[in-house]
Design a protein around this ligand. Structure first.
Ligand code: MG
Length: 271
């Protein structure tokens, strides 16, 4: 029986330069591997050690990248290790099988959204009407499933985010603030539902997960065992649950630690 490892990517396994949080003297910093180039510039990194651990993990378990990124944003990441058979994109809206979105899964998700929460248009209109151009840089719709804003964090009023969260909650949507992005995501659009589907298809009997943001909470709760880094939305909220380990590491070193934990848990189950 395979072990399934469903892990968030950004600020869990891969890190932008701004999110590395390196604290040692420069001369002792770990060597970094760039795994994403965007508009011809390096964007995301992991440590060389983490790259090796991820390669080992890919051989030992069913590793499933599990991200809120759109398919296009996911596909420009070049992770080390064997090509994952499954990947979860758009916060569970797309289940990629050998790089291609499973149309049945997407149709299933669309049907749930139509039944269970306010339509995307209503949320988009509310964001357009209420977000101040003073601090909003971009309005984005992802995969026709959810919306996000790119904001100036220093100018963003905390009160506005709280009000938005309440407004969204009443309509079956969740708000998550990650770095310079504010996400508004339908509650039925979850990473955990897609993870369950991959577990069903692969016959996995143990599921492991990791994530740093509010949008990863359902994934962590759904897994048999999970880890969260010492930074991010969940750490800031001191969020925890019985099967979840809150790690002390922050930044890119937390990514390395999470991969170590995945491997350890995989190896103790599959001798
Ligand atoms: Mg993340």
């Amino acid at each position: 029986m395979p072990v399934l490892v469903a892990s968030d990517l950004d600020r869990t396994l891969i890190y932008s330069a701004a999110a590395l949080a390196l604290t040692m003297p420069d001369a002792r910093a770990p060597r970094l591997l760039c795994v994403e180039v965007h508009e011809s510039k390096p964007l995301s990194y992991l440590t060389e050690t983490a790259a090796q651990l991820l390669t080992d993990l890919g051989d030992a378990a069913v590793f499933v990248p599990t991200t809120t990124r759109t398919r296009k944003q996911y596909q420009r990441i070049n992770l080390p290790g064997p090509e994952p058979k499954y990947a979860i994109c758009a916060n569970g809206g797309h289940l990629l099988v050998d790089g291609v979105s499973d149309p049945d899964w997407n149709a299933h998700v669309q049907a749930r959204l139509a039944e269970q929460c306010a339509p995307l248009e209503e949320v988009r209109d509310h964001l357009m009407a209420s977000a101040d151009p003073l601090w909003v840089r971009k309005h984005r719709i992802a995969e026709d499933l959810f919306a996000y804003l790119v904001v100036e964090r220093e100018l963003l009023p905390e009160e506005w985010v709280k009000e938005l969260a309440v407004w969204a909650e009443n309509r079956g949507w969740t708000v998550s603030l990650q770095g310079r992005k504010i996400y508004a995501v339908p509650k039925p659009l979850t990473k955990s539902a897609a993870m369950h589907e991959v577990a069903r298809r692969t016959g996995a009997d143990l599921t492991l997960a990791a994530g740093d943001s509010l949008l990863d909470a359902d994934l962590l709760l759904a897994a048999d065992k999970g880890w969260r880094p010492g930074h991010g939305e969940l750490a800031d909220a001191e969020w925890t649950a019985p099967a979840i380990s809150a790690l002390p590491e922050r930044g890119v070193l937390a990514g390395e630690r999470i991969l170590r934990e995945f491997l350890k848990a995989t190896r103790t189950t599959t001798p």
